[in-house]
Design a binder for this molecule. Structure first.
Ligand code: SAH
Ligand code: SF4
Length: 426
């Protein structure tokens, strides 16, 4: 969601005649679009602001702005804490960025705006997309779930679904602009439409979008186990262009911890949903998010998490150590494990998941898979990089004119986090 918001901010600036500048020391405006989900994100920003202070001393006309979730959470006090900042704007003020920038340029004063109304729409704003053939499409904003560890509902507001008609029109227009793959975005896509009257639900929206001609792939993140239903799996199973990848955050495998987290599903319900996905789509890939060291987590609770990891056979997992966030319910929970215990659990989890990821990728060796070629490989600029429908990264040798195209490759080598393929010449 933050990346998508950044594309909007860049689009606004491009529309006002600015150009993207890679080298910070040559830039006239520097904007930080921030995350505050974990403390480490805050720390990284504060480090960056230190570097910017030096740049600003050398170039006093430089304008430094900060937006996104951290700006929403800390508010105007950032301007006092960091004198190098010129503009602070909240998560609901992106559509006002052009105005705020003009204010700063005209008046020379520092500018600050945090609106807290929940309904705001950025979809009509210009977008500077990184790749002409890929696009994010936000189908909803905010979140009503209030998982006890999570700051998102406080900084992004209540759930607010966009109208299905608008989403479909946006996607049609994107295809006219050359987009062949879209990723639908929402904190909990399965509750799409529940805040609207007479709207489509999520599987119905997927079905409608899958009928748009010229569109080759549709992805969606994030699925929430409490609202996930078999209807969504059925629609994905029946469509050629709906990608067979589900990002399905587990968070914990212990029923006690899940309850303390306010996730509203049990380990058994979660595993049943996974079984159903694999039953209806045997080659589906399932990825997850897991938090280790939640304040009430014991060693036995952690073993329950390892048990789910073993049974669910995730393709990959984002693993996090619990980070206390001010204002959330869990901040009041007594922490029963030491940092050492948490680190130990974390590395056991990562080791287990890495072995499973490797095993699942080994199974793909020798298979021919369609990949959408996105770019040169980050690891080796002589190679290209693309993604399978299951969202696996494949690196292979090929000509740069393949970027933006779907090609068929044979998988010849598997690593835990990526695959190596060979282009099939038809
Ligand atoms: N809406 C998505 C997730 C958004 S945040 C969902 O419900 O799945 C992305 C991930 O960050 C979460 O899935 C969770 O695993 C992690 N996360 C959120 N708050 C955290 C915290 N306080 N400490 C550690 N990890 C956290
Ligand atoms: Fe945070 Fe839970 Fe909402 Fe995801 S569903 S954004 S983890 S509160």
């Amino acid at each position: 969601m933050n990346k998508h918001d950044s594309e909007k901010i860049a689009g606004i600036l491009q529309d006002s005649g600015f150009q993207y500048e890679k080298d910070l020391s040559n830039a006239d405006i520097i904007i930080f679009n921030t995350c505050t989900v974990r403390e480490s994100a805050d720390g990284r920003l504060f480090g960056q602001l230190g570097n910017i202070k030096r740049l600003k001393e050398e170039k006093p006309d430089l304008i430094v702005a900060i937006g996104g979730c951290l700006a929403q959470s800390y508010g105007g006090k950032l301007l006092f804490q960091f004198p190098q900042l010129d503009i602070v704007f909240g998560t609901h003020n992106i559509n006002r960025f052009s105005y705020l920038l003009n204010e700063r340029i005209k008046s020379g004063n520092k500018v600050f705006e945090l609106k807290s109304e929940d309904n705001y729409d950025v979809s009509c704003l210009p977008t500077l997309r990184e790749k002409p053939f890929l696009a994010w499409v936000s189908i909803m904003r905010g979140c009503n779930n209030f998982c006890s560890y999570c700051i998102v509902p406080y900084v992004r507001g209540k759930q607010w679904s966009r109208s299905a008609y608008e989403i479909i029109e946006e996607v049609k227009n994107l295809t006219l602009d050359g987009v062949i793959e879209i990723t639908l975005l929402g904190q909990n896509v399965n509750s799409y439409g529940k805040d609207l009257n007479d709207e489509m639900n999520f599987p119905q929206l997927l079905e409608k979008l899958s009928q748009i001609s010229k569109l080759k792939r549709i992805r969606f993140i994030t699925s929430h186990p409490k609202d996930f239903d078999n209807e969504t799996v059925k629609v994905v199973a029946e469509s050629e262009i709906l990608c067979n990848h589900f990002h399905f955050p587990l968070q914990s495998g212990s029923n006690k911890v899940l309850q303390d987290m306010n996730r509203r599903y049990t380990k058994e319900q979660y595993l049943k949903l996974i079984d159903e996905i694999y039953r209806m789509i045997p080659d589906a890939s399932i990825t997850t998010d897991i938090i280790v060291g939640f304040p009430t987590e014991t060693e036995e609770d952690f073993l329950e998490t390892l048990d789910v990891v073993e049974k669910a056979k995730f393709d990959s997992a984002f693993t996090f150590i619990y980070s206390p966030r001010s204002g959330t319910k869990a901040i009041g929970f007594k922490d029963i494990s030491s940092n050492e215990e948490k680190m130990n659990r974390f590395s056991r989890l990562v080791d287990k998941q890495t072995n499973i990821s490797q095993m699942k990728n080994n199974y793909l060796i020798g298979k021919n898979l369609d990949i959408l070629v996105e770019d040169f490989s980050k690891k080796d600029k002589k190679m290209l990089m693309g993604r399978t429908k299951t969202n696996k990264i494949v690196n292979f040798k090929g000509d740069s004119n393949l970027i933006g195209k779907i090609v068929n490759v044979k998988i010849i080598l598997a690593k835990a986090h990526y695959l190596i393929g060979e282009l099939k010449i038809n």
